[in-house]
Design a protein around this ligand. Structure first.
Ligand code: NAP
Length: 248
């Protein structure tokens, strides 16, 4: 058994540790988006595979027997690519995915289907917006230059931010509620823009917005391929051990 674990999330790192402890041979794959990715206890490869065809070649060349897709719920291209490649190679694939956040009492969520729809959900009048969506796609907000955007990024930006009014905070999660409330108050935040990532590492900002009575423009998760899903690490381990016992 040799597992390819597609990472880039807290859950992927936790699973890598569990696979290492269980003695299951694993290769951890990062897309290579951040400068200093979290160290892993298993061998790591970095960078895209070159689409579905490249991934199919990689699976054969590396003798991969099982694949776990533990990428972020918004990493949709990878999810579709790995589904297609594993189907073509008839390789077992499981998706490790944290449940989405659910609306709670006191939340003021304005749900939108995708990032492109966020601008229309913001007011026409200037507002102070915490744009907690990472560094990709921020250029789309240039269409609403009247707002002041507060960006929280994992790395210092290497290219100019294409927004006339903005502040950058460089920080890596997990975050906590007290600090996120303080951040929102210090920056006079009036709207939070967030992806419905789920999990605990990024949930502090949602709780902070609830406590402060701030509206959240919540971006729904994209449509995913029909992959077998697990919401916890134990289910993935059980699946792999079961196959290992059967000699798959
Ligand atoms: P994406 O749009 O689904 O993927 C774009 C391309 O990046 C893929 O086609 C693939 O390139 C490569 N790629 C993605 N994940 C990879 C992985 N784990 N290993 C090797 N190549 C990978 O993904 P994304 O939204 O840009 O996210 C990139 C990475 O950041 C993912 O690992 C994800 O877990 C992590 N992340 C994403 C978000 C988010 O909001 N999207 C948030 C936190 C973390 P090829 O086609 O060349 O194989």
């Amino acid at each position: 058994m040799r597992v390819l674990l597609l990472g880039g999330t807290t859950e992927a790192s936790q699973l890598a540790q569990a696979l290492h402890t269980a003695g299951i041979e694993t290769v951890f794959s990062y897309a290579g988006r951040t400068n200093a990715p979290v160290a892993q206890p298993v061998p790591v490869r970095v960078g895209g595979f070159g689409g579905v065809a490249g991934l199919m070649e990689y699976l054969v060349a590396e003798g991969i027997s099982h694949v776990v897709d533990a990428t972020h719920p918004f990493a949709n291209t990878m999810a579709h690519n790995v589904h297609q490649a594993c189907t073509a190679r008839t390789l077992p694939l499981m998706r490790l995915e944290r449940p989405a956040w659910a609306l709670q009492h006191g939340d003021d969520w304005r749900s939108v289907p995708d990032i492109a729809s966020v601008c229309a959900a913001l007011p026409d009048t200037p507002a102070r917006v915490f744009l907690a969506i990472g560094r990709m796609h921020i250029d789309q907000f240039a269409a609403q230059p009247q707002h002041h955007y507060v960006l929280r990024l994992v790395d210092h930006p290497t290219a100019p931010i294409p927004l006339p009014n903005h502040s950058v905070i460089v920080a890596r999660g997990p975050f906590d509620v007290v600090a996120d409330k303080a951040l929102m108050l210090t920056h006079g935040i009036e709207y939070l823009v967030a992806k419905n990532a789920g999990g605990s590492g990024a949930a502090a900002k949602i709780t902070a917005a609830r406590d402060l009575g701030l509206p959240v423009i919540m971006i729904d998760r994209p449509h995913r391929p029909n992959t077998v899903k697990a919401s916890d690490i134990e289910t993935v381990l059980h699946w792999l051990r079961h196959d290992a016992e059967r000699g798959v």
